[in-house]
Structure formats: structure tokens, C-alpha cells
Design a protein around this ligand. Sequence first.
Ligand SMILES: NC(=O)c1ccc[n+]([C@@H]2O[C@H](COP(=O)([O-])OP(=O)(O)OC[C@H]3O[C@@H](n4cnc5c(N)ncnc54)[C@H](OP(=O)(O)O)[C@@H]3O)[C@@H](O)[C@H]2O)c1
Length: 326
Amino acid sequence: MKKYRWGIIGTGRIARSFAVAIKGSDNAVLYAVASRSADKAAAFAGEFGFEKSFGSYAELASDSSVDIVYIATPMASHFADSMLCIDHGRNVLCEKSIALNSAQLEKMLAAAKDKDVFFMEAMWMKCRPTYLKALEWINTGRIGRVRYIKADFCCSVPYNRNDRLFSPECGGGALLDLGVYPITLAADILGSSPDEIITDANIIFGVDMSNSITLRYKDSAAVLQSGFEMQLPNRALISGDEGMIVFGEGFHCSSEITLFDREGRELERSIIPVIVNGYEYEILEAQRCLEKGLKESPLVTHSSTLAVMRIMDKCRKDWGLVYPDE
Ligand SMILES: NC(=O)c1ccc[n+]([C@@H]2O[C@H](COP(=O)([O-])OP(=O)(O)OC[C@H]3O[C@@H](n4cnc5c(N)ncnc54)[C@H](OP(=O)(O)O)[C@@H]3O)[C@@H](O)[C@H]2O)c1
């Protein structure tokens, strides 16, 4: 396999974890990092061992030696940063949530198609072996027909107006930051078009601090919660006619899932430790797609990302939550 030269846009929290994952992944090369500050980019490049650093995102997008750009900026910047890279013909792996809304995402998808580049949401959960194991159990009928999903992603985060999590200008709020995971899980398993979406949110200073969402389907439902106001174990439970699957704590990145029969007896437990820090699986998936000449990952399809974005649009519409950029 060819070696893939990665570029990173942004030097915040997740960019650091991703750089560690690139370093530990087969055939992945720490090529370049871009920041709005040349000093920050140079310091980041020095710390992790990138070949190049740039003091603007545009310089990285213009570098034709980059095989794929990972975008690690706040939600409100994803549209502009992705479009910049796509316009320059770069392949893109863009952090979740991939855009502020589905109208932005539709334009991003159209541009990626037009430029014939690879484009994928960095929905690492969907690339992880634990998640794929759960899908395998469901698809082989181990829990029968799925009737109910319960998934939470709630963390206790002290309010800080300067943190992107609480900033309307950055596209903050629990839904786009955390809620995207439980919604993705539910939509993947129960379907991307629920018959009904019932939702409520606690909105403070222009972002949702917490929310609850029920997705109703003909004969199944998903009850989902996300928020910054309290800590929960954040397990996920998928229940069917014949049994149940339970993810370990922090379901979106859990290495453990357990299969139970309809009486609640444990049948099987799968524990798959990470190789580096868990982000390597999306790196390997993106590289696998590039190697095959794919423009879309079969694990994180464009249509599934768009469907989740539309569900989040509907939630925010019900809450009356509009971001300054919209
Ligand atoms: N997959 C995961 O597990 C995971 C975990 C955390 C976050 N994320 C996602 O990753 C993205 C970034 O999150 P983060 O927690 O890393 O954010 P962060 O620590 O605030 O870093 C974001 C970076 O983006 C750049 N940036 C560009 N415009 C900005 C603006 N207006 N305000 C602040 N920073 C700006 C900055 O880099 P420069 O100053 O160098 O330009 C900054 O360091 C989000 O989309 C988030 O949802 C994913």
C-alpha cells in the first residue's frame, strides 16, 4: 500500500489525538499541519514530527503533496474549511458534526462530487471494530428484530463562554457535539427517516446545554439524550425480540459489547482493545478508500451522514435554535 501524507487543519484538542493516531497507523505519514497562527503550527509540527507547518489553512489546501486533509476546527468552520480543501482538489476527512446543517452539507457533497475527491465525516464510532461487531450481531439475527435503542452522551462540563462547546458563533451545543453519536447509532440501526421526532432542549446563551430526543418508527423507537450538565455512564442498549446488546461505558468509543438472550442471560462478550487511541480506525478506513479509488466510505456513507444532519436540523427547528452563521 502507498504511504498517505496527512495534513491537519486546526491545532486544538482533537488534532492532538489525531496526530498521535497518524503516528501509530500503518502507511500514514505526518506531513503537514495548518493553523491560523504560524507559531502555533510550527510548535505543533515540532511536537508531533510533521514535515511542514503553515500559518494559514489556504496554504495547506494549496499543497498538492497532501494526500488527505483532516479538518479539526469547530463546527461553524467545517463548511468553509472543507470547501477550501475540496476546491483545491484535496481529499477530506472532516470532524463531526460535519456541518451546521444539511443545506451546508448538501453543498459540500455536491462540491466533492464535482471535484471528484474523497469526502467523509470523521465519525470514528462507525469505523471501530466494537461498533462493527454490534452491527454483525444485529445483521445475523442474534437479537431478532430491533425494537428499542437507548443511548446517552452526557458529560459534566463547566460553562465557559470562551470554549467552542458553549459558543453559538462556533456552532456549539450538545446536539452537534455529542448528540450526533446517539442519533447516528439509532439512524444506522432503525433507519434514517423516523416517522416522528419528539424533542426538547435546555437552551442557555444560544446553545443547547442538554437535549432529549425520541425517534419513533412504525414498531420501534430510540430514546436519546446528550448534554453538558451532568455525567452519565453513556452506555448504549439495543434491544430486540430475541435479545439485547449493551455497549460498555462511553458507547461511542467503547471497546466492549455484550450480547444477552431474551431472558437477560449473557451469551457473548467482545472486548477489542484499541491499537493506538481509537482514531486509527477512521484513518485506516480513509486510506483503504483512497487505495481503492473510492470517493465515499462504505462505512460512513454520504447518505447516512446527511440523514443524521436532517434529523438534527429538525430538532433545532423545533427548539428555535439558529446559529449566527445560518
Ligand atoms: N472524534 C472525537 O472524539 C472528537 C473529540 C473532540 C472534538 N471533536 C470534533 O473536533 C472538532 C474540534 O474540536 P476540539 O475540541 O479539538 O476544538 P478546539 O480544542 O477548540 O480546537 C479547535 C481548533 O480549530 C481552530 N479554529 C478555527 N477557527 C476557530 C474558532 N473560531 N474558534 C476556535 N478555534 C478555531 C483552532 O486551531 P488554530 O488556532 O490552530 O487555527 C483550534 O485550536 C469539532 O468539530 C469537534 O466536534 C471530535
